[in-house]
Design a protein around this ligand. Structure first.
Ligand code: NAP
Length: 277
């Protein structure tokens, strides 16, 4: 499995697993945990969740999936912006730890920017790190200007990752945000890497897929994984989808493949504001 390096030198798998919409129905919980466990077994040991997903339900599913193998997994969770005050962040983290049934979160993200100053959230994150409740902290849905502001607050430079919407149909961040993060050795986590299962049945995607014997979703995922310093976190609800996603990490797109994909999904030529789902 291809690895991505965090600013402090620790490495994580470039392909992880998302959990949005997991934990919504009790009847599905065991199967969802089984799916995540299967992915962990295949090397997709980075799991992304959030207090927002099913209002804590997804974190509980992750708790089930990592039971007995906590040390093998890199757990990412997120605090709601409305909880991201100095004390609110700490309390939200404690609640997440309980639902995850673990003593630490490996990477804790501010889900998106809200009313609390970045300096306040950063101070809370640094406190959680010092207390051993989280190992790294980062942000999500922050565009380049927000990242500049973050870098200017005390300890803002300790941000370990930015999780953003990035896929073949959402290439805007390639213009400025990806280079900004790359310059600082900060990984980008690409969410919705297959556009929430709505990747269009586009001829270039089909053609490249045919060359590699895979479908368009695998090509889209392989494209995200071909970006240096980028972690992809597709969400899969079935063993078949987990296996297909894992296989996509083995695909090496050729320069001809990239050319075809660039023609069909042109890279940005100017600044595009960061989109969010
Ligand atoms: P996604 O991973 O692009 O797509 C998930 C959808 O694609 C699901 O409907 C899934 O269906 C389907 N799928 C998965 N693997 C497939 C395959 N191999 N072939 C065909 N379809 C497949 O979208 P996402 O869930 O929005 O994003 C991934 C993760 O990123 C989330 O789960 C969440 O952890 C994170 N995220 C973060 C933010 C943020 O603001 N920070 C926002 C959005 C998402 P099945 O369930 O049937 O497999």
């Amino acid at each position: 499995m291809q690895q991505v390096t965090l600013p402090d030198g620790e490495t994580v798998p470039a392909l992880g697993q998302g959990t949005w919409y997991m934990g919504e129905r009790a009847a599905r919980r065991a199967e969802e945990a089984r799916t995540l466990k299967h992915g962990i077994g295949l090397g997709m040991t980075l799991i992304d969740t959030a207090e927002m997903y099913a209002e804590g339900g997804a974190e509980e599913v992750v708790g089930d999936a990592i039971e007995g193998q906590r040390d093998a997994v890199f757990v990412v969770s997120k605090v709601y912006p409305h909880n991201a005050s100095k004390s609110g962040t700490v309390q939200a983290c404690e609640r997440s730890l309980k639902r995850l049934r673990t003593d630490r979160i490996d990477l804790y993200l501010l889900h998106w920017r809200g009313r609390y100053p970045l300096s306040e959230t950063v101070a809370a994150m640094e406190g959680l790190k010092a207390a051993g409740k989280i190992r790294h902290w980062g942000v999500s849905n922050l565009d380049t200007d927000d990242m500049e502001e973050l870098a200017s607050v005390p300890n803002g430079g300790n941000c370990a990752a930015n999780q953003i919407l990035l896929n073949l149909t959402r290439r805007g961040p390639e213009f400025d945000l990806l280079p900004w993060c790359k310059e600082r050795g900060m990984p980008v986590m690409a969410y919705s890497p297959i556009e929430q299962g709505r990747m269009p049945a586009q001829p270039a995607l089909e053609q490249v897929g045919k060359r590699h014997g895979v479908d368009r979703f695998a090509v889209a995922l392989a494209w995200v994984l071909s970006r240096p310093g980028v972690i992809a976190i597709p969400k899969a609800g079935s063993l078949a989808h987990v296996e297909a996603n894992r296989k996509a990490a083995e695909i090496e797109l050729s320069p001809e493949d990239h050319q075809l994909l660039d023609q069909a999904f042109p890279p940005p030529r100017r600044k595009v504001s960061l989109a969010m789902l």
